[in-house]
Design a protein around this ligand. Sequence first.
Ligand code: DAH
Length: 340
Amino acid sequence: MKSKINDIKNSIGSFEINSIDQLEAFRIKFLGSKGLTKELFSELKNVPNEEKKEIGQLLNQLRTDAELKYEDSKKTLIQSQKTANDLDLSRPGESFEIGSHHPLSLVKREIISIFSKIGYIVSEGPEIEDDWHNFSALNFPPEHPARDMQDTFFIEKGEKEIALRTHTSSVQVRVMETSKPPIRTISPGRVYRNEAISARAHCFFHQVEGLYIDKGVSFADLKQTLLYFAQEMFGEKTQIRLRPSYFPFTEPSAEVDVSCTLCNGKGCNVCKYSGWLEILGCGMVDPNVLDSCGIDSSEYTGFAFGMGIERIAQLKYRVTDLRLYSENDIRFLKQFKSGI
Ligand code: DAH
């Protein structure tokens, strides 16, 4: 009898239950009314009296083992069926927020891409500059108001003045000092001015400087380059006009307007009914600047231009408050989703 019980115990242990059918087969074989446990219980009456207690306990244990295995397997099977049913492959995926590029990065990249098509490379310079690169080499006279405390954030005053650069024209100087013509480069970067923050002014903003130096570069080349840029940036119907202006580092100098991107020059409140929007300053590099930077002004000529990235972005996206660009308000930024 004991060895019979042991055999059945082993076959309970090794019985595989991987499906509902196998579960039912297990129940019938071991726990059913004609099952093996029942059969053994009915043989208990033939066991000699002195062994009855021990055999009875073994039989009870056997039945409990079978019942436990049955219940456990049932639970596991039900659980696995549930997960299989929950997996609905036709359900739409969970959406997640994709980040976006900052509008200033988008505009900067576009400017770089437009100029790289006509052979310009990108060069960069430091944001902390000395007086030579930010002012003196660019022909600023010592008493020029731009050097004043009002405009410039000085870091060190005295013999060797160190300041946050007020424009990216400082990179022109660095490029000319370290390379030989022909030079064709644009320099994007952040600049700083000591201004009260408002919708129309900020203490830091971004510029792109352009520089082209070679033999025989003329004002006509400058004009054509800027027309190409304006039409690539704002559309092929865009017109430009140049107004005479003054910068210490260019002679002659001009300010450039584009025909209003909103009304196409007819006049609206964006262009204050003039039909034109100012976008940049430019001019022929002053011979003094070429000579200061080690380029022979009797051999070479060149042009330079400088534009504000915020200004271009403002015209492209109609953002009228400069502060929005640096506040990192997600409601503002997420409107500029672009292809990656
Ligand atoms: N540096 C000037 C500014 O910050 C912009 C500028 C004007 C750059 C004329 C130039 C230029 O290279 O030729 O306002």
